[in-house]
Design a binder for this molecule. Structure first.
Ligand SMILES: CC(C)(COP(=O)(O)OP(=O)(O)OC[C@H]1O[C@@H](n2cnc3c(N)ncnc32)[C@H](O)[C@@H]1OP(=O)(O)O)[C@@H](O)C(=O)NCCC(=O)NCCS
Length: 159
């Protein structure tokens, strides 16, 4: 298995391609807890030759929002490297926050292994969003019905 690729910030040359790839995965804007986050307003990190992407919104300072993350080949350390690069960039922020869904057990494991804590459960939040956006599928990972949103947070206070 090859090692994780280097992480870099998106350049002006590949920003449009990165946003197109993120939009294909998640739609744009991303809707969460009643907020919308457009990729055009996010910091974007790229792993190697588009082997992974992460989008981080800085607009809710001192909270930074992980709007999206993808490792297109899993289990190579790409997700870990993207999180590390994002955290290192978040000088002056207190909290790194993200939302996932109840079915995403791999992500819940992944984030908790990397220091994130469960913070908020919104039962039925995905069911409510699906009424506005019927393309959200009924079943997610492991055949689990997608119903709820879960926020996880990582404290960033240093020193
Ligand atoms: C969540 C995600 C970003 C993690 O990225 P990743 O590059 O697979 O993560 P890493 O390789 O750094 O670590 C994955 C963990 O799973 C293990 N793993 C090994 N093989 C794996 C595989 N085939 N698939 C998933 N994880 C695997 C790794 O060893 C590691 O375990 P650890 O927690 O015990 O260290 C990635 O799975 C992904 O893109 N998922 C789909 C999109 C998604 O759900 N995004 C998050 C939404 S909130």
């Amino acid at each position: 298995m090859s090692s994780a690729p280097d992480i870099r910030r998106v350049s002006s040359a590949d920003r449009d391609a990165a946003i197109a790839r993120l939009t294909a995965e998640w739609g744009d804007p991303v809707r969460v807890r009643g907020e919308t986050y457009a990729f055009s307003e996010c910091e974007i990190f790229i792993a190697g030759d588009f082997e992974g992407l992460a989008a981080v919104s800085l607009r809710d300072r001192p909270i930074a929002e992980l709007v999206a993350i993808n490792a297109f080949e899993r289990g190579r350390g790409i997700g870990t490297a993207l999180i590390r690069a994002a955290v290192e960039s978040l000088q002056g922020f207190e909290t790194f926050r993200l939302t996932t869904t109840n079915d995403n057990l791999d992500a819940l494991r992944f984030y908790q292994r990397r220091g994130f804590r469960l913070a908020v459960l919104r039962p039925g939040a995905v069911d409510a969003t699906r009424k506005l956006k019927p393309t959200i599928p009924p079943l997610g990972d492991y055949g689990i019905p997608i119903r709820d949103e879960i926020d996880l947070v990582l404290g960033l206070s240093r020193g």
